[in-house]
Write a protein that binds this ligand. Structure first.
Ligand code: ZN
Ligand code: MN
Length: 474
C-alpha cells in the first residue's frame, strides 16, 4: 500500500527564559499560571523581545540536520482564536524561517544492518508555544477546560519533514533519531513532559491527507497513524474519499476524531510581526557551527572503526549520548568488544526492563563499577550469570560489585567444592543414580541440574558434567 507520512515536530528548547519574555521556562513542577507576565499573557502594550539563546539553539539544530541557514529571518503573526492563545495570534515564522532543506538518516529495519533511509527536512523554524488546556476527561466529553499559561511563550523549534516516511513504525524510528540528535546538541530534554509534540500528516493511495494534531508521545504518533491507515482504507473501500481535515488523537481510546475541515494556510492571514525587526542571523552561523559536537551517525562509524564492534552494537550504544559516553569510558579501560556486548545487550536490557534511562542509571552504577564487573568475568572469578546478578542488584538496591559478589556468594567455586556438592547430590538422589546405571542417560541432566542448584550457579556446568560422569563410573 502507498502510504505517505510527513511530520511537524515541535521541540521545546532548554533555554532559561521564554522566547519573547524573561519568564522562567522551569515550570514543570510549578503551580498553574505562576510563570507568566504581561507579554506571555498577551496584555495590551506588552512588547516581545527575541531570546538570542533560543535563536542560536534553533540555528544549531538546523545545522546539525544539514539545513541551509538563511542570512536573515523574520517572525510572523499567525492569526487564529483559541483559549490557549490570549493574544489571538501566535508569533511564528512563515516565508523566512531560519533554515531550509536538511536530511536525517534512519535505519529503517531497526538497526542491524545497512538499510539506511534518508528523510528530507523541509524547513526549520522558531515559534512560541501556546498555553495548555487541561480537560476534565476527554476533549469531546469534558464539560469545561482549564487553561494554564505557564507554557505560553515557551521557545519551540519546529522541524518539518517531506512526506518521505512510509509507515507508522518508520515515523517512530525517525522521531527517536531526531530526539537523539537534539539531545546530543544539549538543547533539548526528551524526558520532560510534553518536550516534543508532533503533528502528523498522512495520506494513502495518493488521496487527500489528514493531519493529526498535537500528539505528545512517539508511541502515540505510531498508534494514531495506524488508526488513520485503517480509517482511510475503510473509506476508500466503501467508495468514499478521504477529506482534507484536521484531526485530534485521543490517547485514552487510541482513535482520531475530526476537529475541523477546510482550513488552509491563507486562512491564518500571516503577516510580518510589526513589533519585531527582521534579524540578521548570518553572523552567528560559523560560531554556532563550532559548538556542534560529534553526532550519532559520525560517532557510530567511529565506534565501528575504532573498537571493531558490530554495526548493531554501535547503533545501540550511540543512540543516546549518555550511553555512548559510558561505553567509551568503560572501553578505554577494558576489552571494547566485551564492553559493547555487556552494555548494549545486558545493561540496556536491564534498564529497559526497569524503565530507567542511562543518565539515571549512572548514579547507581559508574563506569569503574562496570569495569570491575567485567574484570571479574574476564579473570574467571564470576560466571556470566553472576555478572548479570551484580548488575541487577546494583540497579535495584545499590552497593558495590565486590560487596555483592561476597554477600551473594557469586564467586566461581573450585573442583573441591564441586566434588563435595556431587557427593551430596548422589547420596540424596538414589533413584536418579539407579536410573542412570539402568541406562537412562537423561538422569545425568537431572543430577547436573541438582549440583548447579546446590552451588547456586557458581560452578562451571561442563566441569560438573565431566566430574559427575567420572564419579558415576567409579
Ligand atoms: Zn512571560
Ligand atoms: Mn507549529
Amino acid at each position: 500500500m502507498n502510504v505517505k507520512i510527513g511530520l511537524e515536530c515541535h521541540a521545546q528548547l532548554l533555554t532559561k527564559s521564554k522566547l519573547f519574555c524573561p519568564c522562567s521556562t522551569d515550570y514543570h513542577s510549578a503551580e498553574p499560571n505562576t510563570h507568566v507576565c504581561a507579554t506571555c499573557l498577551g496584555l495590551p502594550g506588552a512588547l516581545p523581545a527575541v531570546n538570542r539563546r533560543a535563536l542560536r539553539y534553533g540555528i544549531k539544530i538546523a545545522l546539525a540536520l544539514g539545513c541551509t541557514v538563511q542570512p536573515e529571518t523574520i517572525f510572523y503573526r499567525k492569526n487564529y482564536y483559541y483559549p490557549d492563545l490570549p493574544r489571538g495570534f501566535q508569533i511564528t515564522q512563515y516565508d523566512f524561517p531560519i533554515a531550509f532543506r536538511g536530511l536525517v538518516r534512519i535505519e529503517s529495519d531497526g538497526g542491524d544492518g545497512g538499510k539506511e533511509r534518508e528523510i528530507r527536512i523541509t524547513r526549520v523554524h522558531m515559534e512560541e508555544d501556546p498555553g495548555r488546556l487541561v480537560y476534565k476527561g476527554t476533549i469531546d466529553t469534558a464539560t469545561y477546560a482549564l487553561v494554564d499559561y505557564n507554557r505560553s511563550g515557551m521557545p519551540l523549534v519546529e522541524i518539518v519533514t517531506e512526506p518521505d516516511l512510509k509507515s507508522p513504525k518508520e515515523a517512530r524510528t525517525f522521531l527517536n533519531k531526531l530526539r537523539s540528535i537534539l539531545e546530543y546538541l544539549d538543547v533539548f530534554d526528551g524526558d520532560l513532559e510534553g518536550a516534543m509534540r508532533v503533528d502528523a500528516n498522512i495520506s494513502i493511495e495518493g488521496g487527500e491527507r489528514a493531519e493529526v494534531k498535537n500528539i505528545s508521545s512517539f508511541k502515540g504518533v505510531e498508534k494514531a497513524l495506524y488508526f488513520e491507515i485503517t480509517r482511510q482504507r475503510n473509506l476508500l473501500r466503501r467508495g468514499l474519499t478521504v477529506q482534507q481535515e484536521t484531526r485530534h488523537y485521543d490517547e485514552v481510546r487510541g482513535i482520531t476524531l475530526s476537529m475541523r475541515t477546510k482550513e488552509f494556510e491563507h486562512d491564518y492571514r500571516y503577516f510580518p510581526e510589526p513589533d519585531l525587526v527582521p534579524i540578521r542571523i548570518e553572523k552567528y552561523i560559523e560560531e554556532v557551527r563550532r559548538e556542534i559536537p560529534e553526532l550519532p551517525d559520525e560517532k557510530k562509524l567511529r565506534f565501528i572503526k575504532r573498537y571493531s564492534i558490530t554495526r548493531e552494537h554501535a547503533n545501540s550504544l550511540t543512540f543516546d549520548i549518555h550511553t555512548a559516553d559510558f561505553y567509551e569510558d568503560v572501553a578505554s579501560k577494558i576489552d571494547p568488544k566485551l564492553s559493547a556486548t555487556w552494555i548494549a545487550d545486558v545493561l540496556k536490557g536491564e534498564l529497559n526492563y526497569r524503565s530507567i534511562s542511562m543518565r539515571e542509571a549512572a548514579e547507581q552504577i559508574s563506569a569503574d563499577d562496570f569495569v570491575a564487573i567485567l574484570t571479574y568475568l574476564k579473570e574467571g572469578a564470576i560466571a556470566e550469570r553472576g555478572a548479570t546478578e551484580i548488575i541487577r542488584e546494583m540497579l535495584d538496591h545499590g552497593g558495590k560489585p565486590e560487596e555483592i559478589l561476597t554477600k551473594k556468594g557469586l564467586a566461581i567455586i573450585g573442583s573441591e567444592a564441586i566434588e563435595t556438592a556431587i557427593a551430596t547430590v548422589i547420596t540424596e538422589n538414589e533413584a536418579a543414580v539407579q536410573d542412570y546405571h539402568a541406562g537412562k542417560k537423561e538422569a545425568l541432566n537431572f543430577l547436573v541440574g541438582q549440583v548447579m542448584k546446590l552451588t547456586r550457579g557458581t560452578a562451571d556446568p561442563k566441569e560438573v558434567r565431566t566430574m559427575l560422569e567420572e564419579k558415576m563410573e567409579q
